[in-house]
Design a protein around this ligand. Structure first.
Ligand SMILES: [Zn+2]
Length: 81
């Protein structure tokens, strides 16, 4: 009797291990995404998501500081008589 149950990524007896998901749910409609349009399920959903970005529906944190502000360069010009 040979127990051939060596599946790749097979869950153990505790059943807590979730097998690797092939398709990720579409962030727009929660449908299984397709590979060519990952992570979306259709071209339409992709456009919807793109449109959200363009219309500013997504909040983009503008954490950008200018490093060149208040530069005196005090360590330069030591040519005093
Ligand atoms: Zn979708």
């Amino acid at each position: 009797m040979s127990a051939a149950r060596n599946k790749p990524g097979a869950p153990t007896d505790d059943g807590k291990v979730v097998p690797l998901r092939k398709a990720r749910a579409c962030p727009i409609c929660d449908k299984p995404s397709v590979r060519s349009l990952y992570p979306f399920c259709s071209e339409r959903c992709r456009q919807i998501d793109l449109n959200r970005w363009l219309t500013g529906a997504y909040a983009i944190p503008a954490a950008e500081e200018d490093p060149g502000s208040g530069g005196d360069g005090s360590h330069d010009g030591g040519d005093a008589a």
